[in-house]
Design a protein around this ligand. Sequence first.
Ligand code: GLU
Length: 308
Amino acid sequence: MDIQAMLQRAYDYGITYIDKGVVANYIPELAKEDKTRVGGAVVDTDGSVYTVGSDQYQFSIQSIVKIIIYLCVLEHYDFDYIQKFIGVKPSAKPFNSILALELSEKNIPVNPFINAGAIVGTSLLFRKYGNNTFEMILKRTQELIGNDKIDYSRSIFNSESSSAFSNRALTYMLLNGKIISPDVNVDDLLNVYFKSCSILVNVADLAQLSFILSRDGKDSAGKQRCNAEHARILRTIMATCGTYDYSGEFAIQIGIPAKSGVGGGIVTASRAGYGIGVYCPGLDAHGNSYVGTRMLEVIAKELSLNIY
Ligand code: GLU
């Protein structure tokens, strides 16, 4: 398979949908993104990297960081203990739904990939790392991706922290439900979450993360960057919850575990061992990159990745 030619076909198909999708405008800084900017990257099974489109462009990782936050939680707590704070059930409600939290059993967020679940995950890490929590998450992101230049966007962080009212509401509900410890300072906690969402990546960075997840934690040199069992758990939650309340349709259309972010990125995981990342900031009504999802249709089909 000529991966470069395949990636180009995915791009050519994706951009026919460029008019669809709307940039996330509830975070003012994201509303400035150019929705005609499209990129894709594939790491082949031998570690070679292929890219197409705006491959150098750095965008905010947004919800894709929830994979890394939950991985860090798994690395510090037993899975059974974590279940007391964050479930693993799919959600039929939007990623920032207050209603979903209200309806959930004992106010426990249903999964780690909705905002409430990621905020609780951040609070569990905060218990261990206090004011160094964000530095730990950033360092773990750099290690997993294999890029120590990765940093966060101050402007996106400031923009999100001054506009994310629903995340504040969710956090107070979590405090009220005693899912978050009352000694945690809400601003400190949310600043860690917002900074984590503001981490800047390009499509090749996402493809490297995808490569690790797809290969039970091993990078192309065979180095174990995360535990194989943790990679398996993450792939499973990506399959069931990774594209928000679109996860069922995504499973039918694309058929591989994936996690999207409102910045426009999507990272996948496939047991076939490829690493795949795509980007375009125009989103569908669920918060997934519209063009990115279309590109994945082609990539998954041509590389025979559908797991179902
Ligand atoms: N930072 C975003 C928020 O909290 C993440 C949401 C997403 O990418 O789905 O609203």
